[in-house]
Design a protein around this ligand. Structure first.
Ligand code: SAM
Ligand code: SF4
Length: 326
């Protein structure tokens, strides 16, 4: 198993399949975003080769993300391949859900285990305001298809001050009263492409908990308040599901971080919020051996920084969220 220098077991890789997207969420990218040409992205063959190397090194969990991963041609085959890769025991997907209505069943049949769907509001107009191009009904159809296909589904909402920080939070959390869903509220993180908006828009976990307590009564901590992955979970009084908070800004979870990210253009990113990167695409395309690539990954694990530097105002500048893979 790959342990880093702080004895964290780094066994989770998030793989971005494309930097392109069919939405333009206001906290993620500008409306006039441009994307990398196809030939600058990892090909399916290159991805398959890297998956085998990561599996051999002890990476157990894969999550495909983007940009919007459902835009990647051949997604279902890539999932099937990842599921069958020796060493890999869990494969998940993070998606905006727009295309999930058609894809949920084939993805399930390919062995995908879990789906995280981003959904910031249950109000059509607010959803459009936040995503710029999205139709709420598409995502609702995607969610229904994912549940019907038998996926474990988590909903992720990024909260923006003054837009979806009150009644939307109450309504989203309310979904967990009757359904065994996990709804997680994510604190907005700053990236070089959008720092001012993201910093001003931040709504802290503490504020959100207060909103929910006012609406529903005391929240019941799950797991004695310990983190479940990156989320701290609660139940609403009498609730069937879980409300989670992912709070990288006000309650960093770096001490338990077990992940690295592979960008769509083949760069290994050691921490979401630091610009330290290692370029695997160059190794692949210059004919280096699997062992040379494995050695680079081992070094990356060793060099993984302790944590992010947001408290010291160190903000990643090289890439925005959609170019890294959330
Ligand atoms: N397009 C897919 C989606 O939206 O789920 C996958 C990629 S998206 C970059 C992954 C996650 O990052 C989404 O849940 C999104 O809401 C979140 N995200 C984007 N920009 C963010 C920011 N500045 N701070 C916090 N989360 C952000
Ligand atoms: Fe696209 Fe996801 Fe970014 Fe929204 S958050 S613009 S859906 S990549």
């Amino acid at each position: 198993m790959p342990f880093d220098q702080y004895q964290r077991d780094i066994d989770y890789l998030r793989i971005s399949l494309t930097d392109a997207c069919n939405l333009r969420c206001v906290y993620c990218m500008p409306e006039q975003m441009t994307f990398r040409p196809r030939h600058e992205l990892l090909s399916d063959d290159e991805l398959r080769r890297l998956l085998a190397v990561f599996g051999r090194l002890g990476f157990r969990k894969i999550r495909f993300t983007g940009g919007e991963p459902t835009l990647r041609p051949g997604l279902v085959d890539l999932v099937r391949h990842a599921v069958a890769t020796p060493g890999i025991t869990a494969v998940g997907l993070t998606t905006n859900g727009v295309l999930l209505d058609q894809l949920a069943r084939p993805l399930r049949d390919a062995g995908l285990q879990s789906v995280n769907i981003s959904l910031d509001s249950l109000d059509e107009a607010k959803f459009r305001r936040l995503t710029r191009w999205g139709n709420l009904r598409d995502v609702q159809a995607g969610l229904a298809a994912a549940l019907a296909a038998g996926f474990r589904v988590k909903l992720n909402a990024v909260v923006c001050r003054g837009v979806n920080d009150r009644e939307d939070v109450v309504a989203l959390a309310g979904l967990t009263r009757a359904q065994p869903l996990q709804v997680r509220f994510i604190e907005q993180m700053p990236f070089g492409n959008n720092v001012e908006f993201q910093t001003k828009g931040l709504v802290s976990e503490a504020e959100l908990r207060e909103v929910l307590v006012q609406a529903y009564g005391p929240l019941e901590p799950v797991n004695g308040g310990r983190l479940d992955g990156e989320a701290r979970l609660y139940r609403l009084p009498g609730g069937a599901g879980w409300v989670g908070f992912i709070s990288p800004v006000t309650a960093p979870f770096c001490a338990g971080c077990n992940r690295m990210r592979l960008t769509a253009d083949g760069v290994l990113r050691l921490c979401l919020l630091r610009d330290h990167e290692m370029n695997l695409l160059v190794l692949l395309r210059s004919g280096r051996s699997d062992e040379a690539i494995a050695e680079c990954i081992r070094r990356a694990v060793q060099e993984k920084p302790w944590g992010h530097g947001l408290a010291q105002h160190l903000i990643p500048a090289a890439r925005g969220m959609s170019q890294i893979g959330g």
